[in-house]
Design a protein around this ligand. Structure first.
Ligand SMILES: [Fe+2]
Ligand SMILES: [Fe+2]
Length: 183
């Protein structure tokens, strides 16, 4: 934590308490997603399921990276995350990405993944708006995460809409936008 860094953000016109609340609840969502995507991934089986397993795993690992990158900024701004995992889980800004009633219903799993990404996109859009032209560091981080969430959402949406897709395959290390915050 740096009092100087906090004051600089406050002086620029950001309510740091509100910003921290958003950062923490979004971090909780990322942690929750990391857990739930594991279960969704294990149920992606057969020809249909296997075809979407790789992007699900990429999205899962990148969501874990989002969690870690957010924690750094939370502590810089004087925030903390709860010591109790259940308490932290319940703070998530997005609903849990639970398995569908029929756990191996691939289309339903993809809809769940897509909806989780849409909720995440909305969260980072909000942080970007709050910090734009004020808190450059948080803005840069939220924008980097937003880029990756937008890609995740497209990956899953494009599976469902049956229209041509222009996305690249993830080659090399995950998190092309967020990795700079993890080093
Ligand atoms: Fe994420
Ligand atoms: Fe995501």
């Amino acid at each position: 934590m740096s009092e100087f860094a906090i004051k600089m953000v406050e002086d620029a016109g950001v309510n740091v308490e509100e910003l921290l609340k958003l950062l923490i609840t979004n971090a909780a969502s990322e942690m929750s997603t990391y857990f739930h995507y594991m279960l969704l991934r294990t149920n992606l089986i057969g020809i249909e399921g296997e075809s979407v397993k790789e992007i699900t795993e990429a999205a899962r690992i990148e969501d874990r990276n989002h969690y870690e990158a957010l924690v750094t900024r939370i502590y810089e701004l004087g925030g903390t995350i709860p010591d109790n995992l259940c308490e932290f889980y319940n703070m998530a800004s997005c609903p849990p990405a639970n398995l569908p009633e029929q756990p191996n219903d691939t289309l339903e799993i993809i809809r769940t993944l897509r909806d989780a990404e849409r909720c995440a996109m909305a969260g980072y859009q909000k942080i970007c708006k709050m910090t734009f032209d004020k808190d450059f560091r948080t803005y840069d981080l939220a924008l980097a995460i937003l880029h990756e969430e937008t890609e995740h959402e497209s990956w899953f949406s494009e599976f469902l809409c049956g229209k041509p897709s222009g996305h690249f395959v993830r080659i090399g290390e995950p998190s092309p936008f967020v990795s700079k915050f993890l080093k």
